[in-house]
Design a protein around this ligand. Sequence first.
Ligand code: AFP
Length: 320
Amino acid sequence: MQTFTQFLAEMSVSPSLNQLLHTLTKTSKEISHAVQHGALAGVLGATEQENVQGETQKKLDVITNDMLKTTLAEDSTVKGIASEEEDDVVAANTDGEFLVSFDPLDGSSNIDINSLVGTIFSILPAKDGELTQQQFLQPGRNQVAAGYVLYGPSTMLTLTTGNGVFMFTLCPESNEFMLTESNVIIPADTKEFAINMSNQRFWQPAMQNYIDDLLKGDTGVRGKNFNMRWIAAMVGDVHRVLSRGGLFSYPTDTKNPAKPFKLRLMYEANPMALLIEQAQGKASTGYETILDIEPTEIHQRVAVILGSRNEVDACLKYHG
Ligand code: AFP
């Protein structure tokens, strides 16, 4: 089995990207340790602060954000950082080659119930000049690498540098990420979907009709029965889709008219869309390919429909 270091050498990633990926994985091991200690380390529960998006921050959201911010700012390859937990972009090193966007701990509502959480990251090329939000506003297609670290029964890293999708498992004895899945491919067809059904009445008719037909199973137009899963952490749901196929969606809804979309483009939808496309799946808003969206701001939200190619296409047909 290859170590992560051996893998990067074999993939001939540039020395600067190699350095940055090592910084990210080193910090993720420390996050994994903090998550594992849970109540023993007094890291569960909420703070009294809200992030820029008006969500109450969990203690671990703040701790993991600070861990990543500190280590990335010390990495000479990083020019700037954008995080779910930071109001604005954070400048790191003027000559840095990369911009890193991240959700330090996706699935915050799972923290206190000892369920799946993860770190999602996206790496974009930096541009010359002063670091501003504008630097980050590049389509997801520009990402040089993207991935997530899932803190589950095993800690797993899933990564793409634009040459396929690879999964690594953190060995508890050696504390090394070991390559455990190469060239992940998502089956084109599936009988599994993931969506928060409690929002059904707030969806657009296209999504309502699509899900209605899945629920009718072999008595309806789809002619087969579907199973449903919902982890409430995109990182866990996408990991399942990459592992065995499926369709995952957080669609447009009218629950809160001021917030028609839930998931964030820069550090949730884009990195996941790159992984999904690299694994031969598909990722769309219903009307647009996620990786082609020209972002307008760093905390922008979008509708997401991703997963097994043929099933995403089936869903898109309802969207016209
Ligand atoms: P956080 O980013 O606040 O941890 O939220 C997680 C998430 O954005 C995404 O990972 C889940 O798919 C989704 O929220 C779950 O949302 P519901 O609570 O509406 O099911």
